[in-house]
Design a protein around this ligand. Sequence first.
Ligand code: ADP
Ligand code: MG
Length: 265
Amino acid sequence: MSRVIVITSGKGGVGKTTITANLGSAIASLGYKIALVDADFGLRNLDLLLGLEQRVVYTAIDVLSGECSIEKALVKDKRQPNLMLLAAAQNRTKEAISPDDMKKLVELLDPEFDFIFIDSPAGIEMGFRNAISPAQEAIIVTTPEMAAVRDADRVVGLLESEDIKKIHLIVNRIKPKMIQLNQMIGVEDILDLLVVPLLGIVPDDERIIISTNKGEPLVLEETTSLPSLAFTNIAQRLNGKDIPFVDFMAADDNLITRFLSIFKK
Ligand code: ADP
Ligand code: MG
């Protein structure tokens, strides 16, 4: 049995696909087998972030229409043998897929993987309904902006009404300097608004943009950088490990100093 987790948000552009690719890679490097399912049938881009776009031959739509087997449609990642991608087709309308179709796809994947991540499209329309339908758990991604937090709150309600009770929160694109200057809402304020347990915090970092543009998830190339460590820690927490939160507020940019500042507390 695999853990089926939908990565969702409400608001678009908050980092769902970035987190699916990087956290998925971090989980694979811990030795778990993971399938990443792109449920964004309007704007497929998980393949690009993983650098696998050239290797997509068949998609989820071909599996559902019986044109190919699930094994054939799964794109293998040479750098990460534990990670596979099921791509979404871009050239059909979103209505081509139903919640039952998504359940069928996940059932086919289930025996092979420890984790199945479903990268949800933006909004709370049909694409969102499809993405959440096979999930047992959800990771809600928000940025420290009121609009994103409010949309995340709506999504929490929708997930609970669909009986998805295990919900985790990732706050993405934190800018410590802005929080210190009271120019950005802090993580604690977000946790007050959204009563969802915190799984992790990801800093706003241009290395994340650079790595995703290269199609090379950050955790594969820079295992010691702060954002990379954030993803590895989140992967560990998802597996029940009690890993302390990195102190992104520490003034020093140096990773070692930040580590020491955690232990001093
Ligand atoms: P979504 O899937 O929620 O629409 P994306 O993952 O496509 O969002 O991210 C939207 C944009 O934000 C991308 O350009 C991505 O590179 C950038 N981004 C996401 N997370 C971070 C981060 N932690 N630091 C810097 N840029 C980020
Ligand atoms: Mg996306």
